[in-house]
Design a protein around this ligand. Structure first.
Ligand code: GDP
Ligand code: PGA
Ligand code: MN
Ligand code: MN
Length: 610
């Protein structure tokens, strides 16, 4: 076990001078019984990769690219095992699995006791913001982990180094990650030992029992979303699971920035990345700011602004190919440093593959599936089981994304002109419906209903409400959350236009009625024009829908043209049925602002009058 002197020596050698951080590291080195302490920064990446290759934790996947596999029962976030704890029961919401801090802290600290005997404790100082941001005070953190792969993923996904923490005093999130003995944690049983706890009012994150990114990269989801949204509630800003992109009309030079919430694995990364520069006959230039998280505030001039706190992309591999998302493919080329997790891997050639990557390799030699089992050994009836896990991922840095905006690291962020919500909804939701009013926009976000995806364990396909796509990341009560939205956005002099979008409506034969991916720019261009007063659309009880001739249709394939009228209409009976479900959904929330109920009643009445 390390001594205090060893810890101090490691911190000093790394140039870590923040005494509050030093105390935190000492305390946890002792509690976990770590054998060694290693403070890391982005500059350590090449060495860590080399060590991981030697240890077999990473395998080569082309030049400067890597493959890793997480334990087969540890491939997605676990919502049941995720808890937000505080000392005030008023923070209990419908979705945050609130527990008293005094009850859960001892349990997870108990699991972590002496868990690092014989192991290295990595110290990862990080910042979830561009350097110099007005919100930097809330963005600094230190993750302690026993897992080298987590370190390499964090180096890609966050800004990592002692320079981000030395001047922060006590303003940092204390984040502790212990992997645990993955084969013996009884995942998914009543005795499940995993605990993913954010003690929000103590700015402390304690995650035990996983090495999967969504559970283990504490800067990203636990801090960047859960802790961030709690801090934002107390300090006047918003933290949301939003992508953020900018669209410039090359003819007029006008630029619009759109932020948008879609549940995990429902299209955020693709929307922000795939609308590549030459989209729609080279008339529009689309820039990537962020694909999963946005921090949003009103600046001193009263302007609503947002930035992406991340430094990388943790993208869903499935269906990513040259046609659906050429930008993503370009960002994972040799030399990119990309890490692939739980995809299929060829141990002889180093190739990776996933469902929707292209034709399945016909020569099975060397191929392993996501569990590490040889495909060639599969029996006849196992042959068609997926090779890659449906939630397999690639991790790559923003600087590798071809359409990343020149100003993506500007600490002032960008002005936000539009906020959209969407998800996988097989019927009812049209392609796009614009909403002009703030309370109605917030109401729309709160009633976002979509099919759950493989990004969370055991939920795929279940239709459920996912307010603003924040259900798995909610940190306090939904009523207070709605009020906070009205308060923050209400202060802005540049009121954003809201919209609800759906790329996933299906026909009776199950096919998608809208081609999606790169074509999604068309409804977004319409939204820009709608905000500018250049088109008027048709008003419906649930928002303004484009008329057929207002949408840019050039180059759209015939099937899409034939299906277009269906995705541009409202089914009154289906919507009236939906209003009943929404009422039940909203009734679960305590202290929901009256304006939200007013918006609900307005929509219900207009549907009745239709
Ligand atoms: P995120 O997790 O919200 O960032 O979602 P991703 O952009 O990674 O997409 C999740 C899955 O949905 C991937 O398998 C994508 O290929 C697929 N997807 C994304 N956009 C579209 C779309 O417009 N249409 C269809 N049919 N699938 C999409
Ligand atoms: P996603 O990010 O939204 O891109 O899937 C990870 C997650 O939310 O679990
Ligand atoms: Mn996400
Ligand atoms: Mn994503």
């Amino acid at each position: 076990m390390t001594t205090t002197a060893d810890v101090d020596q490691a911190l000093e050698a790394a140039g870590l001078t923040n005494e509050s951080v030093a105390q935190f590291v000492r305390q946890w080195a002792e509690h976990t019984g770590a054998e060694r302490i290693e403070v890391v920064s982005a500059a350590d990446d090449a060495r860590l990769v080399q060590e991981a290759l030697e240890a077999g934790e990473l395998k080569p996947a082309g030049e400067g690219m890597y493959y890793s596999r997480s334990f087969s029962k540890d491939t997605a976030r676990s919502e049941e095992r995720t808890i937000v704890a505080t000392s005030d029961e008023a923070d209990r919401g419908q979705y945050n699995n609130w527990k008293p801090a005094s009850e859960v802290r001892p349990v997870v600290e108990g699991h972590m006791k002496d868990a690092l005997a014989g192991k290295t404790m990595y110290v990862i100082p990080y910042l979830m913001a561009p350097k110099g941001s007005a919100l930097a005070k809330f963005a600094a953190g230190v993750e302690l982990t026993d897992n080298r792969n987590v370190v390499m993923q964090m180096i890609r996904m966050a800004r990592v180094g002692v320079e981000y923490i030395n001047d922060m005093g006590d303003d940092f999130v204390r984040a502790v990650h212990v992997t645990g003995d993955l084969e013996n944690l009884k995942q998914g049983t009543p005795d499940d030992m995993r605990n993913f706890v954010t003690v929000a009012d103590e700015r402390t994150i304690l995650h035990f029992g996983s090495s999967y990114g969504g559970n283990a990269l504490l800067g990203k989801i636990a801090h960047g979303l859960r802790q961030g949204s709690y801090d934002g509630w107390k300090n006047g800003f918003l933290v949301e699971q939003f992508m953020l992109l900018g669209i410039t009309d090359k003819q007029t030079g006008k630029k619009y920035n759109i932020a948008g919430g879609f549940p995990s694995a429902s299209g955020k990364t693709n929307l922000a990345m795939t609308l590549a520069p030459d989209a729609l006959g080279d008339r529009y230039y689309v820039e990537f700011y962020g694909d999963d998280i946005a921090w949003i505030w009103v600046d001193e001039d009263g302007v609503l602004r947002g930035f992406n706190p991340e430094n990388g992309v943790f993208g869903v591999a499935k269906d990513t190919n040259e046609k659906t998302n050429p930008t993503a493919i370009e960002s994972i080329q040799p030399g990119s440093g990309a890490i692939f997790t739980n995809v299929a891997y060829n141990e002889k050639t180093g190739d990776v593959w996933w469902e929707g990557r292209g034709e399945r390799p016909s020569d099975l030699d060397g191929w392993l599936d996501w569990k590490g089992e040889r495909i060639a050994d599969r029996s006849e009836d196992e042959m068609d089981a997926p090779w890659a896990h449906p939630n397999s991922r690639f991790t790559t840095v923003l600087s590798q994304v071809p359409n990343v905006a020149d100003d993506y690291e500007d600490p002032r962020g960008v002005e936000i002109h539009g906020i959209i919500f969407g998800g996988r909804t097989r019927d009812r939701e049209p392609l796009i419906r614009a909403i002009d009013d703030l309370a109605e926009g917030v109401y729309d976000g709160l009633t976002l209903g979509a099919e759950a995806t493989a990004a969370a364990d055991g939920k795929e396909g279940v239709l459920r409400y996912d307010p603003m796509s924040m259900r798995p990341f909610m940190s306090y009560g939904e009523g207070a959350y709605a009020q906070h939205w009205l308060d923050v956005v209400g202060q802005a002099k540049n009121q954003p236009v809201f919209a609800h979008v759906n790329w996933f409506q299906r026909g009776e034969d199950g096919r998608f009625l809208w081609p999606g991916y790169r074509e999604n720019l068309r409804p977004l261009v319409w939204l820009m024009q709608y905000r500018a007063g250049e088109v008027t659309g048709q008003r419906t009880p649930v928002g303004v829908i484009p008329t057929r001739d207002e949408l840019l249709l050039e180059g759209l394939d015939e099937q899409a043209l034939a299906d277009l009228d269906t995705v541009l209409t409202i089914d009154k009976a289906r919507w009236q049925e939906e209003m009943g479900y929404r009422e039940e959904h909203l009734q679960q929330f305590h202290d929901l602002p009256e304006q939200i109920w007013q918006a609900h009643r307005r929509v219900a009445k207009d549907l009745e009058d239709l």
